[in-house]
Design a protein. Structure first.
Length: 132
């Protein structure tokens, strides 16, 4: 059977937005053809590292519905910007542990009091009220 590939994210490639699937493969869809609510992905070669974060995106439905965009920087990590203007910085590795910690934060009063969360150093959370 042939399974139709569905767009997972919008990826900015050399100034042009393209749709990519959950594996980071570029799909031949026109941006105007599909819902503009699809999350934007930016960063050089971000689609090549998508495998490390796509499990998080698929398994954390309560978080994914509020994601506006995802930025990737090699050797630094991921920056996820949410629609309510908060953001979280995640490391490239050990995402499962970090994501569970961040999910706990989002369910606490801390999430309401801060809008900048940095979890790139394993075992630590930096929170701030600064703009993302």
């Amino acid at each position: 059977t042939i399974e139709e590939q569905k767009p997972f994210l919008k990826f900015n490639v050399d100034g042009n937005e393209k749709f990519i699937d959950i594996y980071g493969n570029i799909l031949e869809f026109k941006i105007n053809d599909l819902n503009s609510q699809i999350i934007k992905l930016e960063g050089k070669n971000a689609n090549l590292y998508l495998n490390s974060i796509h499990k998080f995106l698929l398994n954390k439905n309560s978080l994914i519905k509020n994601i506006n965009s995802i930025f990737f920087e090699e050797n630094v990590g991921w920056k996820i910007v949410f629609s309510e203007k908060s953001c979280v910085f995640l490391p490239l590795k050990k995402l499962d542990k970090v994501i569970d910690i961040f999910k706990n934060v989002t369910e606490s009063d801390l999430y309401k009091n801060f809008n900048f969360f940095d979890l790139r150093i394993i075992g630590r959370i930096y929170m701030s009220k600064k703009e993302c």
